[in-house]
Design a protein. Structure first.
Length: 564
């Protein structure tokens, strides 16, 4: 491709709304163009990168026996009602009607659609296992689409679904997908970790996420400094910390006028925060309506919202304000773990079970109760957010928190969808059974942003050779110089002859502009044909390291082939 002919619209200015470097470089380099909030057009450079990623994904999946299909982007609501997700999925699911009043959704994920494709067509255990995938558009009406391709509303996903006759066989495929995903992400050039994950709205149990390590990541992961353990903060576990014994004579009801925060309480009573019980009240949204939920955790801990959500099986949690709570006779600021009230859910953190001599609210204004034993009659669940420095649940070493970008997610689904959708097969004994399923996703468009976040530098993108839009950018220093142009054209034909993807920057613009574009777009190599063309020499610049090598023009192609 000749730069002078190409639809590459790089710009100097950083768009106001772009805070992350990936978003900035993708717009500035002319890879994508914003269409509306969270919807982007791919321009030729972006299309080339995404097609290369797609090809790698396809190659690795096909190699291990997966088959590609293409499901409709528009899915009938009926299927979503059958699975029970039509309401559960919340506002991210875009629902609409056609002219005949038929109800549809824009697929945010395709479990239902894939089950519907397979049911009735696969009827015997002899036809199993099966692993079908697609690389296709998804739509999620995200509350806060942002960061460019990182969190779009319309985005490209690889989603795969496997069908099995037994749980053992599904687990085998799950492990195979984990290994296959690792190979894919390594080829794309990412540093990543596989972590234990929460299963979210898709349901099922046993899921792992692939996290690209990058400071800009919206997810938090906890990683053991010693062993392999890693988990999303939403699902992370820890060894229960040991707390220094603390003796106190406090007992019974104590007047605590206007003492509503843990800080004030510990200062007032001269006790450590770990001897207090903190109450966090939320509004919880269920299919059948709203309820108040109160979560009790140790005063020195923080609530992990996803764990709280899972503990009560709600669709959504939001903050409850004082008037919400007063309507249920809840003494705001003085809620104690013995609270009982109709229509109010109370959950106590596992680590508080059987703790003694604790201080908690008295469930009336301006009072606390000391010397409380948290007995076994409560509903308990894991509610706490694991912190940096907490201890690994596997080996006891320290855990470290860091940011990650979720690039892939694999789930053990079981019969979560096959059962409600009545998708069955006949086993060896002729008995009808629901398929045991797994599901496997990769955020294909998000991967582009993740690679830039992880590998880009202060000048622009840095692609590895497997996914770069072009491998080589030949920069003609001065297009008016005949010798330079001739040598550059010559190199261009030789590289094309060798099937090396090359772009020839033959524009009549300054050398500085061309170098800036090379660095911003991030081609792995530039070949600069400039002043030393008079001695038949040219210079190779390696984008990643900045290394420069001057060679005779005859050696250039060989050298690129060696490195490529
Ligand atoms: P997140 O927690 O980031 O919202 P998710 O857990 O809801 O993602 P999955 O349902 O697991 O997403 O979808 C599979 C993959 O699709 C994710 O691992 C992620 O890489 C990608 N993905 C999800 N939502 C988006 C989005 N809004 N924009 C771009 N990619 C996305
Ligand atoms: Mg996920």
């Amino acid at each position: 491709m000749r730069f002078s002919r190409a639809f590459i619209c790089s710009i100097k200015e950083t768009p106001k709304e772009a805070v992350l470097k990936s978003h900035q470089y993708l717009i500035r380099g002319g890879f994508i163009s914003a269409q509306s909030a969270g919807v982007y057009d791919l321009m030729p450079l972006g299309k080339r990168v995404i097609d290369k990623i797609r090809a790698i994904i396809k190659e690795e999946l096909d190699k291990v026996g997966c088959e590609e299909v293409g499901l409709g982007f528009v899915t009938p609501s009926e299927l979503w009602r059958e699975s029970g997700r039509f309401f559960k999925y919340g506002k991210e699911l875009l629902r609409f009607k056609d002219r005949k009043d038929g109800e549809f959704v824009l697929g945010p994920t395709h479990e239902e659609a894939m089950v519907s494709l397979v049911r009735g067509r696969v009827s015997s255990y002899k036809q199993l296992p099966l692993n079908l995938y697609q690389i296709n558009l998804k739509f999620r009406d995200e509350a806060r689409p942002r960061f460019g391709l990182m969190r779009g509303r319309e985005f490209l996903m690889k989603d795969g679904y496997s069908f099995h006759g037994s749980r053992e066989d599904m687990l085998r495929e799950f492990r195979l997908m984990e290994e296959t995903y690792k190979r894919i992400f390594r080829r794309i050039g990412l540093d990543f970790r596989v972590v234990e994950a929460d299963s979210g709205a898709i349901g099922g149990s046993g899921s792992k996420e692939f996290m690209a390590l990058a400071d800009a990541g919206e997810d938090t992961i906890l990683r053991c400094e010693k062993c392999e353990y890693g988990a999303n903060a939403e699902a992370a576990k820890r060894v229960k910390p040991t707390y220094a014994p603390f003796e106190s004579d406090l007992s019974g009801e104590i007047a605590t006028p206007n003492i509503v925060s843990i800080d004030d309480l510990t200062a007032f009573l001269k006790i450590p925060a770990y001897k207090t019980v903190k109450a966090i009240a939320k509004k919880a949204l269920f299919d059948e309506g709203e309820k108040i939920a109160i979560f009790f955790i140790r005063g020195s801990d923080e609530l992990e919202e996803t764990k709280a959500l899972n503990a009560i099986g709600a669709n959504e949690l939001s903050d409850a304000n004082a008037s919400d709570l007063e309507a249920y006779k809840i003494a705001v600021g003085f809620i104690g773990c013995d609270f009982k009230g109709e229509e109010v859910l109370t959950i106590v953190d596992n680590e508080l079970r059987n703790e003694t001599k604790m201080v908690t609210g008295a469930n009336k204004k301006d009072a606390h109760i000391a010397g409380v034993h948290v007995g076994g009659a409560h509903t308990f669940a894991d509610l706490i957010a694991v912190q940096d420095g907490d201890l690994c649940p596997v080996c006891g070493a320290k855990l470290a928190r860091r940011s990650g970008i979720e690039i892939g997610h694999i789930f053990q689904l079981g019969d979560r969808y096959s059962k409600p959708l009545n998708a069955t097969f006949l086993d060896e004994n002729g008995k009808a059974k629901p398929f045991i399923m797994g599901t496997y996703g990769i955020g294909v468009s998000r991967l582009i942003a993740a690679v830039i976040e992880a590998n880009g530098d202060e000048k622009g993108c840095v692609w590895n050779e497997a996914i770069a839009p072009y491998l080589v950018d030949i920069i003609v220093g001065n297009v008016k110089d005949e010798k330079q142009s001739r040598l550059a054209e010559n190199l261009y034909s030789q590289l094309l002859h060798e099937k090396i993807e090359t772009i020839l920057d033959d524009r009549a613009v300054g050398f500085g502009v061309k170098m800036n574009d090379f660095e911003l777009i991030g081609f792995p190599y530039a070949v600069i044909v400039g002043k030393n063309a008079t001695d038949d020499r040219a210079e190779i610049v390696v984008r990643k390291s900045g290394e420069r090598i001057t060679l005779n023009v005859d050696q250039i192609v060989e050298r690129i082939k060696e490195s490529g």
